[in-house]
Every structure is written in structure tokens, then in C-alpha cells.
Design a protein around this ligand. Structure first.
Ligand code: CP3
Length: 349
């Protein structure tokens, strides 16, 4: 009988990123970069001149074009959906705007327990259908051997925007709600966690091969608060993700949280530069794959220094299966494109 298994097994199944996520050996460490498509890239800025950021996010053709251009220019090993973390807040009833100088603004933030009740439960993804369309179009334009990563904000990071009304340093409104009204806090986090699970599964159904949960700002919490106020909600979101797609669980700011992040879930744990990669892996145990962890500011250095620092990260990974090279956070807008290319070449070489 003819063996058809090769023709029906999609080529991305054996991509380096998916193999590393499964902790299988690879011939070289795979690399992709958070914010690999963004303002540091002239092609991106040219597209952005023609439309607002939200207008871009809601145009699936342009989203696919932006990401495919970046992947082609950088020769990275994966694409990530071009979208924004905060889009999911709109169908919950929050009024989102991206202003040129202040970044994201929510005009009707959640401050009191009554505001939590006002939020809608996300049951229908129709208002976010443009995101699934962007997944389909990006997947259709990508070479078969490259996986597409879907993503969402983790409940805490989404809650921080919903409560603060924008980016924050102190997170005082968020913590005030959490400490004063744990009932309202848990209701908010539950609503976000269910929305995130639904949203990520829809991205998987639309064509994403793995997903990343961004808990970008949870490092403002200590371990006890993470365990009490965040872990149960991140865990329930992650437990609902379809088992066919590996999950990257990413946070920044507080390496002491790493074992708890891992306990909440995820096949791959995303780590920033505040801890050495080998120490992070030690803290997580080698049953988990790891993603990271070059400081994005290193990309502002000269190429020889970038190559040296990339080598250091690879040395700390020590050739163990299960390392996906990335930055510890997104590419900075001031980064020269040729430095990003130099990093990708260094890791591949
Ligand atoms: O990684 C990629 O290339 C894919 C696209 C992507 C964007 N945002 C595009 C974007 C992804 C994965 C995100 C995630 C995101 N968005 C996060 C989590 C990751 C992180 O950086 O911690 C967060 C916190 C946001 C919210 C957000 N979006 C902020 C705070 C801002 C303004 C500040 C900034 O860094 O630009 C954005 C805007 C944004 N998201 C831009 C892009 C390309 C720039 C918008 C512009 O063109 O003006």
C-alpha cells in the first residue's frame, strides 16, 4: 500500500520551533523575536503612514503583509500573528484607543466592583473575526515549514490595562481592586480567563500551530500574590487550550515567579534577561522547554557585541533540547534592522 502519511503530515509539524516546544532535538536552535514586525522596520512604517494602528489591526490583508514581510526580511523560524494584545477588550465593552504619544488608552476603565459587572462575557467571537481572518491569511502566505504563533494577553496583564486605563508603572489601581475587593477581582479575572481561552482556541482553529500567552506586567507582583490572585486564572485559561497546540507562557520582570508560571501551565516558559538562562532552566526543571532571553537593548550595540551576547545565551542553554531563542521582551523601536538580521544570522550560524 502506498504510504500517504508524508503528504498529509504538514511540514510545520517537524519545524525546529515545534520540535523545540516538544523538547525534541533539533539541528540548530530556532529563533523568532517578539515584536519582529514593528516600528523599527521601514516597511512597517510605510504601511502605518497610510492607516492608524487600530485600522491596521482590523485589516487582515495588511496584517498578513506586515508579518510576512518581516519573516522574509529577517529569515526567522516562526511568524507571530500581527494583532494587538488589547483588541479582545473591545467586545467586553471597553473603549480602546491608541494615541500617538500615550500608547493605548481605555476611556472607560474598570475601577469599582460595579464596573466589573458592566463588562460583557465574551461568548461570540464575531467581533474579533478580523483576527481569525488575519490568522488564515498569514498562514496561507507562509512557507509550509514555518509555524504560525497565535497569542493573547494573560488575564493579569489584560486586567492591568482594563483597570489602569493604559500602561502603568505602579499598577496601583489594579492592586487596589485586587486587595480591596477580591470578589470583584476574581470575577474580572474569571471573565478574562474564559475570554482568552475562547480566543486562543479560535486562533488555533483558524490556523495557528502554537500560541503564546503574554503576562507582560505580572512581574510587578510578589510570589504570594501571584499564587493567590493570578495563578488559578492563568491555569484555568491554559487548561482549556486545545492539546494539539503547544503553549508558550511568557512573563517579564520577576524571575522569582518562574516556577509558579510553570505550575500555572505552558509547555514552553518565556524568560526575560533578569535571570541567566541556565539559572532559569534550573528553577523550572528540565521538564519544560524555555524561550529567551537576550535583553532587547543588546540590539542597540554593535554587531560583534550582539554576536558575543547571542553566543552567551546559547552557551547557557548548553545544547539541551527545548530552547527557542528569543529576546526577553519585544524589539525596541529604535533598533537598527541590520542588527536584528545580525542576531538571527548569529543564532543560525
Ligand atoms: O510581535 C509582533 O510583531 C506581533 C504583533 C504584536 C503587537 N503587539 C503589535 C504592536 C504583539 C504580539 C503585541 C503584543 C502586545 N501589545 C503586548 C504584549 C507584549 C509586550 O510587549 O509586552 C502589549 C503589552 C501590547 C499593548 C501595546 N500595544 C502597547 C503598550 C503599545 C504601545 C507601546 C508600543 O510598544 O508600541 C502597543 C502598540 C503596538 N502593538 C505597536 C505594534 C507594532 C506599535 C503601534 C504603532 O505602529 O504605532
Amino acid at each position: 500500500m502506498p504510504d500517504n502519511s508524508l503528504s498529509i503530515r504538514p511540514r510545520w509539524t517537524d519545524s525546529r520551533v515545534l520540535k523545540a516546544a516538544r523538547r525534541e532535538p533539533v539541528d540548530r536552535t530556532p529563533i523568532w523575536l517578539m515584536r519582529q514586525a514593528g516600528r523599527y522596520m521601514p516597511e512597517y512604517r510605510a504601511i502605518r503612514e497610510k492607516t492608524t494602528f487600530l485600522g491596521l489591526c482590523k485589516n487582515p490583508d495588511l496584517c498578513a503583509e506586515v508579518m510576512l514581510t518581516a519573516v522574509d526580511r529577517l529569515k526567522v523560524d516562526a511568524a507571530i500573528l500581527f494583532a494587538d494584545l488589547l483588541l479582545i477588550l473591545e467586545p467586553l465593552g471597553l473603549e480602546l484607543e491608541f494615541s500617538a504619544n500615550e500608547g493605548p488608552v481605555i476611556h472607560n476603565p474598570v475601577r469599582r466592583p460595579e464596573d466589573v459587572d458592566r463588562l460583557r462575557e465574551l461568548t461570540d467571537l464575531e467581533p474579533l473575526s478580523y483576527v481569525m481572518e488575519a490568522v488564515r491569511k498569514t498562514r496561507a502566505g507562509l512557507p509550509d515549514e514555518l509555524p504560525l504563533i497565535g497569542f493573547a494577553g494573560a488575564p493579569f496583564t489584560l486586567a492591568s490595562y482594563a483597570v489602569e486605563g493604559g500602561t502603568s508603572r505602579s499598577f496601583r489601581h489594579t492592586k487596589a481592586l485586587m486587595y480591596r475587593d477580591p470578589g470583584a477581582w476574581n470575577a474580572l479575572m474569571g471573565r478574562l480567563s474564559r475570554a482568552v481561552a475562547l480566543y486562543l482556541n479560535a486562533q488555533i482553529d483558524a490556523g495557528a500551530q502554537l500560541v503564546q500567552l503574554f503576562d507582560s506586567w505580572v512581574g510587578c507582583l510578589g510570589s504570594d500574590d501571584y499564587r493567590r490572585y493570578v495563578l488559578p486564572h492563568s491555569r484555568s485559561a491554559l487548561a482549556s487550550i486545545r492539546p494539539n497546540a503547544p503553549v508558550i507562557h511568557f512573563a517579564t520582570g520577576n524571575p522569582a515567579l518562574l516556577p509558579l508560571l510553570s505550575e500555572a501551565g505552558g509547555h514552553v516558559i518565556g524568560v526575560d534577561w533578569r535571570i541567566r538562562l541556565d539559572d532559569a532552566w534550573q528553577a523550572l526543571g528540565h521538564q519544560k522547554a524555555i524561550q529567551g532571553n537576550l535583553d532587547p537593548a543588546v540590539l542597540l550595540a554593535r554587531p560583534d557585541e550582539i554576536r558575543r551576547r547571542a553566543r552567551e545565551v546559547l552557551e547557557q542553554a548548553g545544547g539541551r533540547p527545548g530552547h527557542i531563542f528569543n529576546l526577553g521582551h519585544g524589539v525596541l523601536p529604535q533598533t537598527p534592522v541590520e542588527n536584528v538580521v545580525a542576531l538571527v544570522e548569529a543564532v543560525k550560524g
